[in-house]
Ligand binder design. Structure first.
Ligand code: FFO
Ligand code: GTP
Ligand code: K
Ligand code: MG
Length: 478
């Protein structure tokens, strides 16, 4: 990015809509606009001049025409923003033209001819960051906001765009740097055994910092899946109705259903929003003993999907549970699954409710509860749809608790998560160092390392490579 360039790009989607917005940003924006725009308030037959353009008010929309020499290109609305009061902090001009691809290209072409250059991906927001209109984590949240596909993903991005944890981390970083400079000052007076940095105050700061960072780090588990969809694996023996349940949840005939055991050979997944939360349901190959190589690979994948999910729905065919030995057999298989994934929440789903009597249902749940009291059981019929909405509600409720309902910041960006973990690790080193009474010199180094990781999140510390990585993922015009 060259600071003194004026950049231009289409701010609206490529193609033709009703209206398109061409955006200019940089020191020459107004000169460029003045050379191609005649406001409607000008006398008839006026040509574009700087004098006419000077009469436009900032933050105000003006009707007029874009000219290419003597030729009118389009009737447009032009908005003038004067630096630093603009999105980017530079002089900005927005031209709302008719949405034809031809007109868009003509106007961009005129701007280029007048000295602008095409903006790179994310460059408007990069300017905003470099002009301190926002910090780095806020700029990243702009991209997240644009791509958010559910109410919760939108909420997380918006919260971060509006400041989120930025000021908290900036504050923490400042206090840490303050301590490290005082400790470094002690080194200059090493003969005299002075202590500028009160170790008790430092310990309090570190304890608070540790709590703050821990909370943010822990929030990532949720933030990450809320952004991309909470993965939920549907597993169980062949023919219990896994694919039927997937279709019922998605309201779509996504997976093939048949009475042949082993129909699903590979996992099938899709996303759906339920009450503002994005879920990703994964139908898997039925788990059984088999000598078929392909089926074995499918079953292996079932385990991998269960591993990667946030929650496992273990499906049972209620019509098969007509004797105690069969119930015991099923519970044993669930036990094996739980041992394989000790930290994974498992919900037992009793399917084909439509095929059994109320009495049988009561007996099965009684037996399960008796043998495995902590097991959560949901009963439904994937085929008829009975109980499916209730299960959706239960899923929403289980993910809506805690972090989501409060005002606590949620980390959803993997880069922030990495930096927070690094900060946390070096924070522990500082605490260890104090406990072991290490030299002030090393203490200061560890404190500065913590501060540096925090600075990477907010962008107080950056480098071209980092900025390039982040902003190149934006769309052009943002
Ligand atoms: N047409 C248009 N719509 C848009 C944007 C835009 O740039 N142009 N935005 C962006 O992509 C978003 C709105 N965000 C914006 C944020 C700040 C400023 C701005 O001019 N800020 C100045 C002035 C503040 C004021 O007047 O109080 C500033 O911060 O100094 C503009 C848009 C969404 N919609
Ligand atoms: N009566 C009844 N039949 C069901 C229900 N759910 C599924 N079925 C039937 O059970 C059979 C197997 O259903 P699938 O959805 O293919 O079962 P699956 O678990 O995906 O089977 P595999 O992919 O082979 O492991 C089909 O004939 C379905 O119509 C239900 O709730 N009630
Ligand atoms: K089947
Ligand atoms: Mg299936």
């Amino acid at each position: 990015m060259y600071k003194n360039d004026t950049i231009v790009a289409l701010a609206t989607p490529a193609g033709s809509g009703a209206i398109a917005v061409v955006r200019l940003s940089g020191p020459e924006s107004h000169d460029i606009a003045a050379a191609i725009f005649v406001p409607a308030f000008a006398k008839a037959n006026s040509k574009p001049t700087a004098k006419l353009y000077e009469r436009l008010h900032p933050n105000t929309v003006t009707l007029g025409h874009v000219y290419d020499g003597d030729r009118i290109v389009d009737q447009v609305l032009l908005t003038r923003f004067d630096a630093p009061r603009s999105y980017t902090g530079e002089h900005v001009v927005e031209i709302s033209c008719h949405g034809s691809i031809y007109i868009q290209q003509e106007i961009i072409g005129l701007c280029l001819k007048q000295g602008a250059r095409m903006a790179a991906a994310g460059e408007f927001t990069l300017q905003a960051f470099l002009n301190a209109k926002m910090d780095l984590s806020q700029a990243e949240a702009v991209a997240d906001l644009i791509s958010s596909e559910s109410a919760t993903a939108h909420q997380i991005a918006l919260q971060q765009m509006r400041g989120g944890f930025s000021s908290e981390l900036q504050d923490l970083r400042k206090q840490l740097l303050n301590f490290s400079s005082m400790i470094e000052l002690e080194l200059d007076f090493s003969e005299e055994d002075v202590e500028f940095a009160n170790r008790d105050d430092l310990k309090v700061l570190l304890a608070n910092a540790q709590k703050t960072l821990r909370k943010l780090i822990d929030s990532f588990a949720l933030g990450n899946v809320l952004k991309s969809g909470i993965p939920i694996a549907i597993v169980g023996e062949p023919n219990v109705g896994k694919s039927t349940l997937l279709n019922a949840l998605l309201n779509e005939e996504k997976a093939i259903v048949s009475e042949i055991a082993g129909t699903t050979r590979d996992s099938i997944e899709d996303e759906i929003n339920i009450d503002g939360i994005r879920f990703r349901f994964i139908d898997t190959a039925g788990i059984r003993e088999t000598t078929d190589t392909i089926e074995t690979m499918g079953i292996q994948r079932s385990y991998t999907k269960a591993e990667q999910s946030r929650l496992v729905l273990y499906l049972l065919d209620a019509t098969q549970l007509d004797s105690n030995p069969r119930i015991v057999h099923c519970l044993m298989r669930i036990q094996i699954l739980k041992e394989r994934f000790p930290d994974k929440p498992v919900i037992v789903v009793l399917n084909k409710l439509d095929e059994i009597t109320g009495l049988q249902h009561a007996e099965i749940t009684k037996q399960i509860k008796k043998r495995s009291p902590e097991t959560i059981v949901i009963s439904l019929s994937a085929k008829s749809g009975i109980g499916v909405d209730e299960m959706k509600e239960a899923l929403v409720a289980s993910f809506q608790s805690g972090a989501l309902s409060g005002d606590d910041s949620i980390v959803s960006n993997a880069r922030h998560y990495d930096a927070l973990q690094k900060a946390y690790a070096s924070l522990l080193e500082v605490q260890q160092g104090i406990a072991n009474d290490i030299s002030s010199e090393f203490l200061a180094i560890d404190i500065k390392a913590t501060a540096e990781s925090l600075g990477l999140i907010t962008g107080e510390i950056t480098n071209d490579e980092l900025l390039g990585n982040i902003f190149s993922q934006f769309c052009i015009g943002k």
